[in-house]
Ligand binder design. Sequence first.
Ligand code: GDG
Length: 465
Amino acid sequence: MNRLVIISNRVSAPKGSESGAQGGLAVALSSALRQYSGVWFGWSGERTDTFTGDIHFQRDHGVTTATMDLEDQDIDEYYNGYANRTLWPLFHYRVDLAEYEREFAGGYQRVNERFAQTVTPLIEPGDVVWIQDYHLFPLGDELRRRGCENRIGFFLHIPWPPRRLLSILPEAQELVRRLFAYDVIGFHTEEWLESFLDFVRLEMGATITGDVVTLGTRSVRVLACPIGIDTPEFVDLARGVTARLAYRRMRDSADGRDMIVGVDRLDYSKGLEERFLGYERFLVEHPEERKEVFLLQIAPPSRGAVGSYQRIRNTLESLSGRINGAYADVDWVPIRYVNQGYGRDTLAGIYRAAKIGLVTPLRDGMNLVAKEYVAAQDPEDPGVLILSRFAGAAAQLTEAILVNPYSAEEVSDAIRMALRMDKPERIRRWRACMASIEQQDINWWRQQFLDALMLPLSVAAPAAD
Ligand code: GDG
């Protein structure tokens, strides 16, 4: 097996990060890298006065990481700018929140060059290079410009927006053209893949033969390949000592009430405002249920330097305060809203103690919380997953209760239905969801993508010269 070089914006959770939580991508990639020799390269999360390109190597739990520091201006324009003020909102259909500044686009290009320049000496002939996510769209092209002839794959962890939306981005065509430097591009779902194909075909005149897309002289293979979790590991975690303690703590504090749980980075794409309003609707429509349930929402803050994230944080604080003020009693609070992160094992116990997992993003590339909730359940007495139709995970977890997260009525009805669902029905639905996350787990995802990356392009279609 060839060595694997993984490149992503961040290599692991920031030191003393805002959340203390590791994002889904970080968890997934360290699992994948443990199986191969190789290196994982990215930004350290640290600032430097002047960019040096120095690399910090570390070896931890069988994974070698290599990181570089960035300047303040890089962080402002690339990370807090183009990545999280321009691309993230636009790719999550939030045209209203996307900002277009030439400085952001310039900083994004400069930092992608810095990634390419710094990582190039680490790439050996025969290595397979795998680049992750929207921070690094042009990196493959930058590596090619520096003479890299290795196989290079790219995986997008967020949705690919409909073509009319993407056309709003001033640099859309150039950005997409540069994706043709890759050998393989992966998406989580057929829907995101279809949107990509629409754009390249209708806006750029690319041709599609099977799973190979050709633009001018370059061809790239595309695939839909949903990311999973390390299902056996999470099942074990949920049965472990720490999880059992957390489970007991939650059950004791629930005092016989049913717990509904939500766990999300504090991000407007996760639909937290709409979730609170849906839950409020449930309280209004079913006053008899009021003191029988509560919602625990864990939401570690993220991207606090970006204005839209400060605003959603303020909105949620006042909304949870208003709902609690309106409905709470001396011995009951409807929403426990928590801004700190917890260890994965504690989370697993919390998931298991919850009668309902409420996962209602407005748009999500995949959503790993939905899968973790399923994996953590007691097979004899599982809880019910309520899942947004607009999460990539909905294409696989079809036996969850699927809802439109914008509709407070649908969310309210789904909560009512889940609370009343009898055990045989809960077990039937849970088994179907569990079968899906057992078959398509993190190892399956990695293998699907890497198999496609190893395949000669000529197998599916003759490559243009
Ligand atoms: C992006 C895409 C796609 C959350 N709070 C805590 C904590 N978490 C962990 C969860 C889960 C991860 O963070 C979140 O993953 P998601 O998939 O739900 O969402 P994003 O962070 O937006 O990830 C997404 C993913 O990339 C992978 O491709 O699924 O669509 O947006 O693992 O458990 N972990 C701990 N404490 C917390 O408080 N330890």
